[in-house]
Structures are given as structure tokens and as C-alpha cells.
Design a protein around this ligand. Structure first.
Ligand code: SAM
Length: 281
């Protein structure tokens, strides 16, 4: 891929902290991110938070259709003016957290690729929102706070393994790509950043029978940090039931593989759906 011109500087835009506006300022880093995304001419891509178009511009030079979601009214006019003549450019003045991504699909079977240098303050709720559309997503590439990328990709038993790791790894193959230091943004954030690749499974290797219940169940398993499963699952499963799944009730959630959460949740669902024996009513 040819080297791109560096992003525009000094546009006069007042960066808004509430919208997590740390704009990429280094052409080499932008090239590296775009190379990792590997945009293709036939892609229907969605970019969340274009800002001043650091990623938007190189993506638009390749893909057939780019839907862009930006919440900041002050950025809408300049983006529209800059890309008015570009047929692939489709701007939505919208909140990515509540946006209905299904409306972008040209057919129920169509697939989207989603990218973005995300505002860090909304990254977890946004990822959970996007998981609802996982069946129609080919992949997602995001810049996030490095610590969040580490949590998404963490292995069980590691310090950073938690609810976000379980949920993201249930739906997606996750891959930590590379780190991006604060000096590559204007203004520089106080934290390191990293790029993650998420590939939603076409066929999930593990299946929770009720995925809405699974989300609540996993939350419950991690409800109190450093507590045992037996403690966190009080009122859901007792020690004998946890043992019946072949799992140690004195284990802590952060040590268990994703398969254990699926197994426990499916067991809970089955147990909860059994009619209570008449002598216990
Ligand atoms: N893509 C640009 C770049 O890399 O330089 C800007 C990235 S900046 C970290 C995040 C962008 O997301 C900003 O343009 C901000 O206004 C936008 N944004 C923040 N919250 C948003 C939301 N809820 N929905 C859509 N866009 C949002």
C-alpha cells in the first residue's frame, strides 16, 4: 500500500473530552492500522467516530461503501464538505451506542466490517452493543485503551481475565495486534492504546442455549472479585450442582475457561426449567 499523506493539522476544531476526541496525528501509524484492516474494494465497511477523517480518508480510497457514525455535530459539516463528491461516503450523525446497525444491511444475510479508533469512555458498552449484530459482522478492528485490549484477549488465570474476556471470546476470535503510544494522538491520551482484531465465529465452538441469560450468568460469576464460584453463584447454583458440572465450587471465575461458563449456564438453565417436585412446593 502506498504511503498516505499525513492527516490534516490545525483545523481549528476544539477537541471534546466528553467524546473521547484524541485524533491520530502520525501518517505511519495510520498506514499500519489501515494495512492491518486490509480494506477491499468490495467491502461494506462501517467506521465509528471518524473525527477529522484520519482513517476515513484512506478507507474511502479503497472500499465501495463506507457508513460513518459521528456524534459530534461540529464535525458533521466539515466531513460532508470534504467528501461530498465521494460515492462511497455515507455519513450518519448518530450515537454509535444506540445505533441500529441492522438498518445498514442490504439484505438479512449481508455482512459488515466495522472499524474505529473508539472513544475509550464508551468502549465496553459499545462492544456489547455490537455483539448483538455478530451474525452480520465479518470482523471488527478497533483502537482501544491497551488495558482493555489485554482484557479482551486474556487467557483464563491471567490477571486481566474477566467478564469482558469471557463475553468477547464466546462470540469472537480475538487478536491483540499492536500498541500505539500517546504521542501519536492530538491531544495525547493519558494511557497507552492498542489495536484489536475481533472475528465473530460463523459457527460458535461453544453454545449457550440462552445467550441473554449467559450474559447475566457471566456477570454473576464475576459479581464479587476474588470470591469463589460457590459464593458468587449463591441463589443460582449450589456447590453440588457446580460439582456435577465437573467444576470445583471453590474455584474463582477468573481461573475458568470460557467452556466452563457455558457449561454452568446451560446446567443452570436446565435446572431452572425443571418443575419443582411437589413435595418441595
Ligand atoms: N477516527 C479519528 C482518528 O482516529 O483520529 C477520531 C477518533 S476519536 C478517538 C473518537 C471519535 O468518536 C471522535 O470523532 C468522537 O467525536 C466520536 N464519538 C465519540 N462518541 C461517539 C458516539 N457515541 N457515537 C459516535 N461517535 C462518537
Amino acid at each position: 500500500m502506498k504511503n498516505r499523506t499525513p492527516p490534516r493539522q490545525g483545523s481549528g476544531h476544539q477537541h471534546k473530552k466528553e467524546f473521547g476526541q484524541n485524533f491520530l496525528n502520525n501518517g505511519r501509524v495510520i498506514d499500519r492500522i489501515v494495512a492491518a484492516i486490509r480494506p477491499q474494494a468490495e467491502d461494506h465497511m462501517v467506521e465509528i467516530g471518524p473525527g477529522e477523517a484520519a482513517l476515513t480518508e484512506p478507507l474511502l480510497s479503497v472500499v465501495a461503501h463506507l457508513d460513518i457514525l459521528e456524534i459530534d455535530q461540529d464535525l458533521i459539516g466539515p466531513l460532508k464538505a470534504r467528501f461530498a463528491l465521494c460515492p462511497a461516503f455515507h455519513l450518519h450523525h448518530a450515537d454509535a451506542l444506540s445505533f441500529d446497525y441492522a438498518q445498514l444491511l442490504k439484505s438479512p444475510e449481508a455482512s459488515l466490517r466495522v472499524v474505529g479508533n473508539l472513544p475509550y469512555n464508551i468502549s465496553s458498552p459499545l462492544l456489547f452493543h455490537l455483539l448483538k449484530y455478530a451474525n452480520n459482522l465479518i470482523d471488527m478492528h478497533f483502537m482501544l485503551q491497551k488495558e482493555v485490549v489485554e482484557r479482551i484477549c486474556a487467557a483464563p488465570g491471567s490477571k486481566t481475565f474477566g467478564r469482558l474476556s469471557v463475553m468477547m471470546q464466546y462470540y469472537c476470535q480475538t487478536e491483540y495486534l499492536f500498541e500505539v503510544g500517546p504521542e501519536n494522538f492530538t491531544p495525547p491520551p493519558k494511557v497507552d492504546s492498542a489495536i484489536v482484531r475481533l472475528l465473530p465465529y460463523r459457527q460458535k465452538p461453544l453454545l449457550a442455549h440462552d445467550e441473554a441469560l449467559f450474559e447475566n450468568f457471566v456477570r454473576q460469576c464475576f459479581a464479587l472479585k476474588r470470591k469463589t464460584l460457590r459464593n458468587n453463584l449463591k441463589g443460582w447454583l449450589n456447590a453440588e450442582q457446580i460439582e456435577a458440572c465437573g467444576i470445583d465450587p471453590s474455584a474463582r471465575a477468573e481461573t475458568l475457561p470460557v467452556a466452563a461458563f457455558v457449561q454452568l449456564c446451560n446446567y443452570y438453565q436446565q435446572a431452572a426449567s425443571q418443575p419443582t417436585p411437589p413435595d418441595l412446593v
